[in-house]
Design a protein around this ligand. Structure first.
Ligand code: SAM
Length: 287
């Protein structure tokens, strides 16, 4: 068998049968069975032999084999206990992989990156479990994990949401949060037949390049994101009303109107019309 070998559906089926593996829907388990897609993810992530890579959800180790071939070192965090003996088997030919049996949302990734890569930026690569895409991405950014890029498979609509600007229905809090921290680029669309079992939705690979400094200057990041959340929680209301009604914010109607006017926006404007730059201006003005 030439390495890596698991991208071939025949070997995937062999491994699943050998271990009587039962797919867990609640863990979003859809394993990749297409070598072209795997190669595309590896190419897009631009991993080199100097890189430390964090993989989220290795499954039976299909992409992990590719990552281990390409990177200096790989840490792979998998929640499903049943996959651990399988990973031990499928990754036995590589000595640069550590498998961690844990919930990624509970792992201190910043600490892991600091310990394993001496604080140098890591690369994150994953075919994500779709039910927790947003908390995973936001956790990586908000916890200031030293990170160069994230290359991930996500649901197609979610990839689009991360990339769009104002004036589209997909524009929302996720678009702004991602674009504050990183430059997004969709690199491939992936149909359901590239997975086993097939997901009900289309997928896309997106690469997020972490900014060294954010593209806008904000005095209080947390306040800006509270304003963004409030704006999109009630996106059909005017900005004034959504901010006034938000339980996360404590401003009077007068204060809100004053700040909006000071930015030169109409008092009838809706939050969904504002760019990241304008949200930054508003949060600096209301601050
Ligand atoms: N990387 C594999 C592949 O491409 O074939 C599997 C991808 S599958 C879409 C998602 C993987 O994430 C599954 O192996 C699942 O068990 C794992 N997973 C789900 N929730 C997780 C969590 N909270 N923490 C870590 N892994 C998780």
């Amino acid at each position: 068998m030439t390495r890596p070998y698991l991208g071939n559906p025949k070997y995937t089926i062999e491994v699943l049968q050998k271990y009587d593996f039962v797919f867990q829907k609640r863990f979003g388990q859809n394993f990749l069975i297409d070598t072209h897609v795997l190669e595309k993810i590896i190419d897009a992530s631009e991993i080199t032999k100097d890189d430390f890579v964090l993989e989220i959800g290795p499954g039976i180790g299909t992409m992990t084999q590719y990552l281990a071939e390409t990177a200096h070192e790989v840490a792979a965090v998998e929640i499903d206990k049943a996959l651990i003996p399988i990973l031990k088997d499928t990754l036995k030919e590589w000595d640069n992989v550590t498998v961690i049996n844990d919930d990624i949302l509970k792992v201190d990734i910043r600490k892991l990156a600091l310990e394993k890569n001496e604080g140098r930026p890591i690369k994150v690569v994953a075919n994500l479990p779709y039910y927790i895409t947003t908390p995973i991405i936001m956790g990586l950014f908000e916890n200031h994990v030293p990170m160069e890029s994230i290359t991930i498979m996500v649901q197609k609509e979610v990839a689009e949401r991360m990339q769009v600007g104002p004036g589209t229905k997909d524009y929302g809090a996720l678009s702004l949060a991602v674009q504050y921290y990183a430059k997004p680029k969709i690199v491939a669309n992936v149909p359901p037949n590239c997975f086993m079992p097939r997901p009900k939705v289309g997928s896309a690979v997106i690469r997020l390049d972490r900014y060294k400094t954010p593209p806008v200057q904000v005095k209080d990041e947390k306040l800006m994101f509270r304003i963004i959340r409030a704006s999109f929680n009630q996106r059909r209301k005017t900005l004034v009303n959504s901010l006034k009604n938000s339980p996360e914010l404590n401003f009077t109607k007068d204060q809100i109107e004053e700040a909006i006017s000071a930015c030169g926006f109409s008092l009838n404007i809706r939050g969904e019309a504002l760019t990241l730059q304008q949200f930054a201006e508003l949060s600096n003005s209301i601050n």
